[in-house]
Design a protein. Structure first.
Length: 143
């Protein structure tokens, strides 16, 4: 014996499924990563001209949103104001007990920086640390 499900039951099931189905959400976005230096492949040689770049040098953070949703529509806005580029970002070089000031730059609108400097002649073979005013220091080889 075959039972038939009334058409209204199918319609009700379809409507309930559509109401409970997840709607697409905007992808997560975060601008709160710590500033870092791009030093892959960088080798310091005393007297050489070098460019060291960095990213993430922004003041502020947009990592949370408030969203409103209605059937078929969603709208999201950040809870915080947009981050601003960091001004006067200093970079120093440290080796042993010595410190050299390498320069100060302003970040661009995307939080990118670039320091151009001549590697100090007093640097010894081994390793040294590039230390930005903000963010994570980077160990680099010296030849």
């Amino acid at each position: 014996m075959t039972t038939r499900v009334p058409r209204t039951a199918w319609l009700l099931a379809a409507l309930l499924g559509a109401a409970l189905a997840p709607f697409p959400q905007p992808s997560a976005s975060a601008s709160c990563s710590a500033p870092d230096l791009e030093t892959d492949g960088l080798v310091l040689r005393p007297g050489a001209e070098v460019v060291v770049e960095g990213r993430g040098f922004l003041d502020g953070c947009q990592d949370s949103m408030g969203c409103t949703e209605s059937l078929g529509c969603s709208s999201c806005e950040y809870d915080e104001p947009p981050p601003e580029p960091t001004a006067d970002v200093a970079l120093v070089l440290r080796q042993g007990g010595r410190t050299w000031q390498l320069g100060t730059v302003d970040a661009d609108a995307d939080g990118r920086v670039a320091w151009r400097f001549t590697v100090p002649r007093g640097l010894r073979h081994g390793t040294a640390r590039l230390v930005p005013a903000e963010g994570v220091p980077a160990r680099v080889p010296v030849t």
